[in-house]
Design a binder for this molecule. Structure first.
Ligand SMILES: [Zn+2]
Length: 300
C-alpha cells in the first residue's frame, strides 16, 4: 500500500497552542515504522501554482503567497515562511494518492489539511483544498463522476462550496451538528441538493450508531451515483479522546475506523470505483497512528 508522505510537510509551523502540529504526522509515521506495517512511502507530485486555479481563484493564490512571504496570519491559520509551498506540496500529495489508486488504495499522509478551504478563503487550519483540487484535476482528465466521502468530525465547508454547483461530484459528509461546533455556519441538511448530502450527527454519538448511520447512507448513494473515483476526507478528530469543541462525536474503538474503511472498500469493489484517502483532522497523538492504520488496513 502506498502512503504518500514527505518530511517537508513538517516545515509548516503553526506555533504554540495550535493543535495542527507537525507531530501529528511524526506520530503516524513512527507507528507505521515501529510496527513494520506493509506500506511503501511515496513522494508527492510536484504541481505548479496555475494548476491550483482549477479550484481556487488566482487572486487567492497570490494572497496566500504574499501572506506566507510576510509570515502573517494567526489564530487557526498562521503563515510560516514555507506555508504556501508546503500547502501546495500537500495538494500534490493528494493528487499522487489519487493517481496511485489506479493500482490499489493509497493514502495521502499530508498537512496542512484542506477541507475547510474554499475557492477564495482559508480557515480551520486549511489553506488549499487538497481533496477538491485532486478530484477536480482527475475529473478534468480521465473520469466522469467522483464521490467525496468526508468522515472528519467537522463539515467540509470548503469542499461543499467548491462543488456546490458541479453535479459531476457527489459530496457526502458525516459530521457533528454545526450548531454545536466549527464551522458553525454550514453543514446543515437544508443545504443538501442532488449531489450534496450532509448527514448531521448529534454530539455524544458512539461507534454503533455512527456505523449504522454510515451503512444507511454511504452504500445507497455510492450505488445510485456510481462514481469511478472515491476520495475519502479522513479525520480522526471523531475519536473520543481527541481535541474537539465540548461534547463531540465519540468513537471509542479504533476498530470502528476499520469497519468504515471496509464498507467503503466493499461498495467500491461492487461498483468498480478506485479509492484514495487524504488526512484532514485528528489531534490526539497517542492513538493517531493506531487509528490511521486501522482505517488503512481495511484496504489490504
Ligand atoms: Zn475536523
Amino acid at each position: 500500500m502506498k502512503i504518500v508522505y514527505s518530511e517537508r510537510f513538517l516545515e509548516h509551523e503553526t506555533g504554540a497552542g495550535n493543535p495542527e502540529t507537525p507531530e501529528r504526522l511524526v506520530a503516524i509515521v513512527k507507528y507505521l515504522k515501529e510496527n513494520n506495517l506493509p506500506v511503501i512511502f511515496d513522494k508527492p507530485k510536484e504541481i505548479a501554482d496555475r494548476d491550483l486555479y482549477i479550484v481556487h481563484d488566482e487572486e487567492y493564490i497570490e494572497k496566500l503567497k504574499f501572506l506566507s512571504d510576510m509570515q502573517q496570519g494567526g489564530g487557526d491559520n498562521p503563515f510560516s515562511m514555507n506555508t504556501f509551498k508546503i500547502a501546495k506540496l500537500a495538494a500534490g500529495g493528494a493528487l499522487k494518492a489519487a493517481e496511485n489508486s489506479e493500482n490499489g488504495f493509497s493514502f495521502a499522509l499530508i498537512r496542512p489539511p484542506g477541507h475547510h478551504a474554499s475557492r477564495n478563503a482559508f480557515g480551520g487550519f486549511c489553506y488549499l483544498n487538497n481533496i477538491a483540487f485532486t478530484v477536480a484535476s482527475v475529473i478534468a482528465t480521465n473520469i466522469k463522476m467522483a464521490m467525496i466521502v468526508d468522515i472528519d468530525q467537522h463539515h467540509g465547508n470548503g469542499t461543499q462550496d467548491i462543488f456546490y454547483n458541479d453535479s459531476r461530484v457527489f459530496y457526502l459528509s458525516f459530521h457533528q451538528d454545526p450548531n454545536t461546533c466549527f464551522p458553525w455556519s454550514s453543514g446543515f441538511e437544508k443545504e443538501n441538493n442532488r449531489h450534496i448530502k450532509n448527514v448531521v450527527l448529534q454530539p455524544g454519538i458512539k461507534d454503533a450508531e455512527y456505523l449504522k448511520t454510515f451503512q444507511d447512507n454511504f452504500p445507497k448513494y455510492a450505488n445510485e451515483f456510481k462514481p469511478q473515483l472515491i476520495g475519502v476526507s479522513v479525520g480522526f478528530d471523531t475519536f473520543y479522546k481527541d481535541y474537539s469543541c465540548g461534547n463531540a462525536i465519540d468513537i471509542q474503538d479504533s476498530a470502528t475506523y476499520n469497519k468504515i474503511g471496509s464498507m467503503i472498500q466493499e461498495q467500491a469493489e461492487k461498483i468498480g470505483a478506485r479509492v484514495f484517502a487524504v488526512l484532514e483532522g485528528g489531534y490526539y497523538l497517542d492513538t493517531l497512528g493506531q487509528n490511521f492504520w486501522s482505517f488503512c488496513s481495511a484496504f489490504l
